[in-house]
Design a protein around this ligand. Structure first.
Ligand SMILES: [Mg+2]
Length: 274
């Protein structure tokens, strides 16, 4: 059986520099992977709109996973046949793992009367308010705000109220994720489940190949992806320690931070000539 590597990567702090958002130090490795026909698959908390811009900047043409594992977008032609359980949306085959945003918004609306003035959320905020809360520029904020599978909540009330809110929304079937100033309300999906699905689909479509997944990430929301991959690479971060994993085998830690660590790790693991 032939071996096919699939590289799954977080974006911010991993392929993109934590401070400058540049991928430059990884450019030579990206070129080498393209020559070897090894797909680099972004696996990110970002939205489809954000990834549309970023993929062009970085020069990636393959599948990508958005909103923390909520959906995989697969360009036509990546597989020879239609991927299982996908729909044709925005020019891609899309496999969805979460309910749509409208579902989560209806749960949030039902809880509003129990938590008066304790929170606001993206769809209630103006672009100016989102810019102020996130530090994004207006164009970036628009792309970040166009979420399809979840809703970021900005908590204004007490920690005690927040704890009660989380308990209630979990009982309603949501999975809240605490990230920075926001509480992300979405479904029971993560970056690991999306990775597993794509590898299984690859093995189903190409039975002559055995897919080997390599995952690279720097943060807490990468843990499920790093635990699910055949090979895990933890990228050094200037803002946090290496995320703790359940596994110990086939785990590598980069020495350099961000895209330089990304490049160095893949150069060694995959014997790239840079
Ligand atoms: Mg990150």
């Amino acid at each position: 059986m032939k071996q096919q590597f699939l590289v799954f990567t977080d974006m911010d702090g991993t392929l993109l520099d934590h401070h400058t958002y540049s991928h430059r130090p990884a450019q030579a490795a990206l070129n080498a992977l393209k020559t070897l026909k090894i797909p680099v698959i972004p696996n990110t908390s970002k939205t489809f709109d954000e990834m549309k811009v970023l993929r062009e900047q970085v020069g990636l043409e393959g599948p990508f996973i958005v909103e923390n594992g909520a959906a995989i977008h697969i360009p036509h032609g990546f597989f020879s046949r239609k991927p299982a359980n996908t729909q044709w949306i925005n020019n891609h085959w899309v496999r969805q793992f979460s309910s749509r945003r409208s579902h989560w918004l209806s749960l949030i609306t039902r809880l509003k009367k129990d938590f008066p003035n304790a929170f606001t959320h993206f769809s209630n905020m103006t672009i100016e308010e989102i810019c102020e809360a996130t530090g994004l520029e207006p164009q970036e904020a628009k792309r970040a705000a166009n979420r399809h599978y979840g809703e970021p909540i900005l908590w204004l009330g007490t920690e005690h109220q927040k704890k009660n809110f989380i308990e209630m929304i979990v009982a309603m079937g949501a999975k809240p994720l605490i990230g920075g100033r926001f509480l992300h309300i979405s479904g029971e999906c993560d970056k690991g489940g999306a990775l597993r699905w794509l590898c299984n689909e690859f093995n189903r479509q190409y039975p002559d190949y055995q897919c080997t997944s390599v995952a690279l990430g720097d943060g807490q929301n990468d843990i499920a992806m790093l635990d699910a991959a055949d090979i895990a690479v933890r990228i050094k971060s200037p803002s946090n320690d290496f995320p703790p994993l359940k596994r110990t085998e086939h785990v590598y830690d980069s020495v350099a931070e961000g895209p330089q660590g990304w490049s160095d790790s893949l150069e060694q693991l995959l014997n790239l000539t840079l």
